[in-house]
Design a protein. Sequence first.
Length: 250
Amino acid sequence: MIEARGLSKRYGDVVAVDDVSFSVAKDEVVGFLGPNGAGKTTTMRMLTGFLPPTDGTASVAGHDIFDAPLAARRCVGYLPESPPLYPEMTVSSYLDFVARIKDVPRRRRREGVERALERCGLTSVRTRVIGTLSKGFRQRVGLAQAIVHEPPVLILDEPTVGLDPLQVREIRGLIAELVAPEQGEAQHAVILSTHILPEVEAICRRVILIHEGRKAVDAPLGELTARGATLEEIFARETTRDAALQQASP
């Protein structure tokens, strides 16, 4: 579903992402990890077409982000760290608006909005103004806008940041349902970026860790932890390896 090939992004002399390649299959949930400034968000913005790569390319559901950018974007549901909500709109009118700009056919638009409301637990607040909702419900609306056009790929950037423990649990459960849906619902390939490692352990099957713009780890979660190391220990080891080598060198 996702194929990144040699993605790089430079800003003058600063290299934000350096030759990153990976793939994500239809039924995979991948935890995309890394310290602040590692290049995670930049990589995700390149995959979603919000940011052009300096080098390399990527395809989403078979559509190249350069050759067929609109088709690639239609196949992605993107939840950035700050959801793109309009606080003055009601939940249902906002989702209808998003369905329109994502080119959901008119005959399927109402059905798509209703399905997104139901899957994200928003039917009880469908007529509420978004600005009056709690942060947890606003995050649900953000997820609903990401799936209203039933994309095969979901890219979620820090979906539980700033939420209280109960809200975190609710959003994790919702993401798990989107990944393993009930019969008849759309299944999504998911890239989940987060700093909350237990979240990765609870939801993801595979981990990609990026450090200083380069891919440091790409392996199934079970394989990484098979020898008894925790994900936190692996994260610390990989993100401090270069510093340790520099200190050890004469």
